[in-house]
Design a binder for this molecule. Sequence first.
Ligand SMILES: Nc1ncnc2c1ncn2[C@@H]1O[C@H](COP(=O)(O)OP(=O)(O)OP(=O)(O)O)[C@@H](O)[C@H]1O
Length: 261
Amino acid sequence: MALLALRGIGMRYGAVQALTGIDLDVTEGEVLALCGDNGAGKSSLVKILSGAQAPSEGTLTLDGDATRFRGPQDALRRGVATIYQDLAVAPRLSIWQNVFLGSELTRPPFGLLDKRRMAEASRGYLARLAVTIADMDTPVERLSGGQRQAVAICRALRWDARIIIMDEPTAALGVKETAQVLDLIRRLHAEGRTVILVSHAMGDVVAVAQRVVVLKGGRKVADRPVQDSSGTLEAAELAQIIIRGAASGIPLDPFLKNRLI
Ligand SMILES: Nc1ncnc2c1ncn2[C@@H]1O[C@H](COP(=O)(O)OP(=O)(O)OP(=O)(O)O)[C@@H](O)[C@H]1O
């Protein structure tokens, strides 16, 4: 049974039909990449999955139960955490404050913040991702881009999120930090978490995802494993699917291939 299942999802903004008839099964423990060109409908779908907006049509099933998220916090409580590239962390706050934002630990009898326990637990979450940072009081704005993503993921782990949606997590990062973030995704996968990766970076997608879903003009035009009996999906082939709208079987355009690999 799919952990999360969408059936006939549609999204309209006035006269704009942003999504039409989206059926999607998300299997527990997979890294699923959501791809598509600008305006394909990825953000609209992420907003629906994250509880930020309700679909105009269709149903969403979580663990077999028909579900309507009342907002992002409701989705988070039910195990779906979304990490937006720019809004992932509060830059001025420390690592532990970010990890425990909205779910702070307190100490009896006066309910004072239990800073030490939160700092220790934050270190523990980071260790699960194989990330070491010396001082948990460090404001997140002083961390590298890869470390910030790690802190944002720790917040999702704090909520014990089963599904972690990452929106363009490597878009603003250099080569080394991108590699770090891909490693974070692999570690989440190894922990059995489900990751939905929204990305324009096709190399990243084929490096970490097991399955790719491509949207075009608000419709799902491809849904296939990265690895199947015919081999591994290449970044250039994925680019062609995104541009043309479906696996065409046409040999790779050499121009595209040279530019994308
Ligand atoms: N709030 C809105 N009001 C009106 N139209 C919208 C709104 N949000 C999105 N759209 C339209 O819906 C379509 C899908 O947009 P969406 O942002 O979901 O695509 P996307 O794949 O995330 O694109 P990008 O990669 O550029 O963010 C586009 O035509 C867009 O202009």
